[in-house]
Write a protein that binds this ligand. Structure first.
Ligand code: AHM
Ligand code: MG
Length: 370
């Protein structure tokens, strides 16, 4: 066979095979992009950072001064610093107890103190803040009074669930922003506002990824920290909690000490094919509940007859996020965000999550037969 002919006959099938392979490759890529787009947990929208998201929110209000945006931005800076420390607790030698107890009489973990300092430092310089209140401090800290300005108060739990740090379990920062009324003289009175008055609230979960959840009263939005660029990026706008899911989250070891109605509820879940999930770190338990549905509860116990969780900087911000995602939150006797607080560290019983699941708890806890 002449050489030219040989080449022709041999090269044709190679070219064809090549173009077939390319075509197959392209269609595979197209399919995978389509499949990704269908999966609701994959971001296919434009990339939006927390900073630009806040600016976009701010534009809803022509009279907005941008002060709230500065506060949220400062909290995100604190979150990045704390996230780094949480991920390196042993390497940085910050594991273990501080040796002191906080105002609640609980042993302070070193990271509680460090996280508190970080948040105090990033928020302390913001001229828009009048009062800061932390789980770790006895009294609210007054930064500005009366004519010195300060439009807002920020309350926070710097590192919730910190006793879990030893075992690398997810922990978190919870915060809420309230309006400051310069006419109210005492800091304690100023911060004692109903949850329904919150201007913004959120939490940061330092888990297998670092997640920032935020609400300013227009839905609940989820951001994830991209460590390569050092920014929280929007991964879910307007998160909706599933209406129901057969999962309850409670420290069942306290069962004997629960009021009868809550014992009945737990017994009811056992008869009705429910699953139990309890991490013992509120931010992680509530985050799972928000994303997957179910109910998270901390009822009154023998040890904590008024509940264990703190109303102002744990229950209220979480309730705001849950309600904005279509869920419910109650103290067992009223909407959590309607409680009029008496002091910064007040505790409350809490039931929150998917609306149908919260209804089940309340129906059984109040002995309503169906
Ligand atoms: P903390 O703020 O001192 O960390 O305590 C709050 C934590 C929550 O994260 C969690 O939901 C709860 O305490 C767990 O309590 P318990 O160990 O009694 O189940
Ligand atoms: Mg806490």
């Amino acid at each position: 066979m002449p050489a030219a002919k040989m080449n022709k006959t041999k090269s044709k099938p190679v070219k064809k095979r090549k173009s077939k392979l390319i075509a197959r490759g392209v269609s595979k890529v197209k399919k995978s992009v389509r499949a990704q787009a269908k999966r609701k947990d994959v971001v296919t929208d434009n990339l939006v950072s927390l900073q630009s998201f806040i600016l976009e929110e701010e534009r809803r209000y022509p009279s907005a001064t941008g002060e709230l945006s500065w506060i949220i931005s400062a909290i995100s800076l604190a979150a990045k610093i704390i996230a780094f420390k949480v991920r390196h607790v042993r390497l940085q030698g910050v594991i273990g107890q501080e040796g002191a107890t906080n105002v609640q009489g609980e042993a302070q973990i070193r990271m509680d103190v460090i996280s508190n300092e970080v948040i105090m430092r990033v928020l302390g310089s913001r001229s828009s803040i009048a009062v800061l209140g932390s789980e770790e401090d006895h009294e609210p800290t007054i930064l500005r009074k009366g004519s010195e300005g300060g439009k807002y108060c920020v309350l926070f739990d710097p590192l919730d669930g910190s006793s879990n740090l030893d075992t690398a379990v997810g922990v978190g920062t919870i915060f809420t922003v309230l309006k400051n009324d310069p006419n109210i003289p005492g800091a304690m009175e100023t911060v004692c506002q109903r949850g329904a008055e919150q201007i913004a609230a959120g939490y940061v979960l330092y888990g297998s990824s670092t997640v920032f959840m935020l609400t300013t009263g227009h839905g609940t939005h989820m951001f994830e920290l991209d460590t390569s660029v050092g920014s929280f990026l929007l991964v879910k706008r307007d998160l909706q909690i599933p209406a129901a899911n057969k999962v309850y989250s409670v420290n069942e070891a306290n069962l004997e000490g629960f009021p009868k109605g809550y014992r009945d509820y737990v017994a009811w879940t056992h008869r009705n094919n429910y699953s139990s999930r309890y991490i013992g770190s509120m931010v992680a338990d509530v985050h799972r509940t928000l994303v997957n549905g179910g109910v998270f509860l901390y009822p009154p116990t023998k040890k904590h007859p008024s509940g264990k969780l703190r109303l102002l900087y744990e229950a209220n911000p979480m309730s705001f996020l849950i309600e904005q995602a279509g869920g419910k939150s109650t103290t067992g006797s009223q909407r959590t965000m309607n409680v009029v607080p008496k002091q910064l560290h007040e505790r409350t019983p809490l039931v929150m999550g998917s609306p149908d699941e919260v209804d089940h708890v309340m129906r059984i806890a109040h002995g309503v037969k169906r």
